[in-house]
Write a protein that binds this ligand. Structure first.
Ligand SMILES: *Cc1c(COP(=O)(O)O)cnc(C)c1O
Length: 391
């Protein structure tokens, strides 16, 4: 049996976008209300309040009307002023990429970069801040998805807060899948994405913004205004009971509402627990099969994505295509520097269920065997089951 590339696969086990929860799809089938209608404006406010409950912030988060790259680019453009000295922390493709956005807004850029299977050591951040007291903004990616590795943002955030700096956090692929919140890491701007662990469609960003970050953005003459990138316009418009600066993505907001209901209804702790268990089962299986994890140490491996190092002599694209063709299972590739070196199995939202780890291991093992690489798929499945059954 062979699955065609022309038809949707059986299982999408990617690290985003992910399959939506059925309830999210139902939510998105609600009618598209006129954005000036008071019913929509009240609904929008309720969704923002639910997002606040989920993000556990004192301020209502900003819902930006585009997938998280919009919010990340907007964060750099709005918060970073010409006089700022920025420290960018790069442990992967997204962290590195944020530095390029930041560099558009200041000439004074510093960076700490570690190998892309490693994590940022908070001690190096503390040392850099000591040596460069003028650093005013620090940027970090929590889960650098193309590596599947986690940075210790709560520790980093404490160090940045003690220094008095502003912190921008990309938590797009961690928020909703593990215990992480803007206040816990002292973030001034914290970007989350509904299309990863929240199991919604790509199209919106959730942004936690501290009171002092709003002040800094409003005082920054270079912060975008009358622009898709403007955070300030958006906040000023809807909070003052005026129309939105432009038409919000109504259908996406309907979907987000359903995703937030699911997240809060199941209970965040329960949601994180099934992400963590799925990832643990996956890692145990990968090792038992005779494969290697990409992460240098298991402590920094993400609970929302497992990155498996490509075995010597295997073409990674062929590996994913074989899994899709034989079993109808889709995995994610690496990105840029990690492309070809690893395969990513996402455990996000609806696919953060332990049985998907078993399916992923089976498809991975089957595809590798088909390509002539010997693995013990049975041992991988048994190891994953042992983790699941012991929970
Ligand atoms: C998914 C993701 C984004 C959004 O970027 P896309 O490449 O457009 O999906 C940003 N940051 C991180 C860490 C992500 O995982």
């Amino acid at each position: 049996m062979r699955y065609s590339n022309d038809a949707p696969p059986v299982m999408t086990l990617t690290s985003g976008p992910v399959n939506c929860y059925p309830e999210v799809l139902q939510g998105m089938s609600r009618t598209v209300l006129y954005d000036y209608d008071p019913a929509f404006q009240r609904f929008y406010e309720r969704v923002a309040k639910k997002a606040q409950q989920a993000m556990r912030t004192p301020e209502v988060p900003l819902i930006q009307q585009g997938e998280p790259v919009l919010a990340l680019e907007a964060a750099a453009a709005s918060l970073i002023a010409a006089g700022d000295t920025v420290l960018n922390l790069a442990s992967g493709v997204y962290g590195k990429g944020f530095g390029y956005w930041a560099a558009r807004h200041t000439d004074k850029m510093l960076e700490i970069e570690v190998p892309y299977n490693e994590a940022i050591d908070p001690a190096t951040v503390a040392a850099k801040l000591r040596d460069n007291p003028d650093i005013s903004v620090v940027c970090v990616c929590h889960h650098d998805t193309p590596s599947g590795t986690i940075n210790p943002i709560d520790e980093i955030g404490r160090i940045v807060a003690d220094h008095g700096g502003y912190l921008i956090v990309d938590a797009v692929s961690s928020f909703g899948g593990m215990d992480t919140h803007p206040e816990a890491c002292h973030a001034d701007i914290y970007v989350a994405g509904p299309n990863k662990c929240m199991g919604a469609a790509p199209g919106l960003s959730l942004v936690g913004i501290s009171a002092r970050a709003w002040e800094k953005m409003k005082a920054n003459p270079a912060a975008p205004r009358a622009s898709m990138l403007s955070m300030v316009d958006w906040q000023e418009a809807w909070r003052h009971d005026r129309p939105f600066p432009f038409t919000p993505s109504v259908a996406e907001v309907n979907g987000l509402d359903a995703a937030l209901d699911l997240y809060l209804g199941e209970g965040p702790e329960a949601v994180w627990a099934r992400h963590a268990l799925t990832a643990r089962a996956m890692r145990a299986g990968v090792k038992a099969m005779g494969l290697s994890l990409w992460a240098a140490r298991e402590e920094i491996a993400s609970p929302t994505t497992t990155s498996v190092r490509t075995p010597e002599g295997i073409d990674e694209a062929a590996l994913r295509q074989t899994a899709r063709e034989r079993y109808g299972v889709v995995f994610s590739s690496g990105r840029s520097e990690t492309m070809g070196k690893l395969t990513r199995i996402g455990h996000m939202g609806p696919t953060a269920q332990p049985i998907y780890a078993v399916a992923a291991l089976t498809a991975l093992g089957g595809a590798l065997s088909a390509l002539g690489h010997k693995v013990d798929t049975g041992a991988g499945v048994a190891a994953a089951l042992a983790v699941i059954d012991a929970d």
